[in-house]
Design a protein around this ligand. Structure first.
Ligand code: 13P
Length: 254
């Protein structure tokens, strides 16, 4: 997998049906096809599971990569409703979001996140590990501790090789979908905290290649506040990725 300077990821959540997903993917591909500014940017689209095969067809032959919003940690068996990483890989999926706060709220605990990261890496895909504090945790002054703990729990006891790639997405829970972003100084600080946690969990050794990105109400007007930072490489975009024109503006401004 090529190493890009920046990465911009669309998380469509449960917002688009299969038809709409296909249409937005087509429009995004078309708008990006002649865009020089996006050459050094890896763009990833994470549709719903149901829309993934259609979107995979649309993206085939383009530089836009396909991602999933979740996956299970076992490869096969009696696991009703789950989707394995191996099956995702077969349809061309290269990235998997794991530990999104919306899933953590539904019971995805750190132990599950760790198992999923392990499964994703073992298939050669890239985990996009989401971390971030709630408003109460922040108000109580525990933001850094919460993020450090989540990074450690997601990655401990996993053997890495240097070819593997990890993305850590810092998404403050209270900012998601709020229209409000944190300021870039704070984002730079938390990126250093994440970097230190990675060094700690890897016992000071060189970890696998990793990128730190920001997510939470990113728009074309705010994306550069994060991508300009030396220690942040991109953004994870929810609402503003649902319309091709707006998403492509984000990519152009990144
Ligand atoms: P919004 O961009 O809609 O705030 O969503 C962010 C997010 O949760 C991406 O995973």
């Amino acid at each position: 997998m090529k190493n890009y300077k920046k990465i911009i990821i669309a998380n469509w959540k449960m917002q688009l049906d299969v038809n709409q997903s296909s249409k937005v993917a087509k429009a995004t591909r078309k708008l990006l096809s002649n865009n020089k500014a996006s050459r050094d940017i890896q763009v990833v689209i994470c549709p719903s599971f149901l829309a993934m095969t259609e979107v995979a067809k649309v993206l085939k032959g383009s530089k836009i990569a396909l991602g999933a919003q979740d996956s299970f940690y076992e490869e096969r068996g009696a696991y009703t409703g789950e989707i394995s990483v191996g099956e995702l890989k077969k349809i061309g999926c290269q990235y998997v979001i794991v530990g999104h706060s919306e899933r953590r709220q539904m019971g995805e605990i750190d132990e599950i996140v760790n198992k999923k990261v392990r499964a994703i890496l073992s298939q050669g895909l890239v985990p996009i590990i989401c971390v971030g504090e709630t408003f109460d945790e922040r108000r109580e002054g525990n933001k850094d501790m919460v993020v450090m703990h989540q990074v450690y729990q997601a990655l401990h006891n996993i053997e890495f090789d240097k070819k593997q790639k990890i993305i850590i997405a810092y998404e403050p829970v209270w900012v998601i979908g709020s229209g409000q972003v944190i300021d870039s100084q704070e984002a730079a600080h938390i990126a250093s905290v994440i970097k230190q946690s990675m060094i700690d969990v890897f016992d000071g050794k060189d970890p696998a290649a990793y990128s730190i990105i920001y997510g939470g109400s990113v728009t074309p007007n705010t994306v550069a506040d994060f991508t300009k930072l030396a220690n942040m490489q991109g953004t994870l975009v929810g609402g503003a990725s649902l319309e091709a024109k707006v998403f492509v503006e984000i990519i152009k401004n990144a």
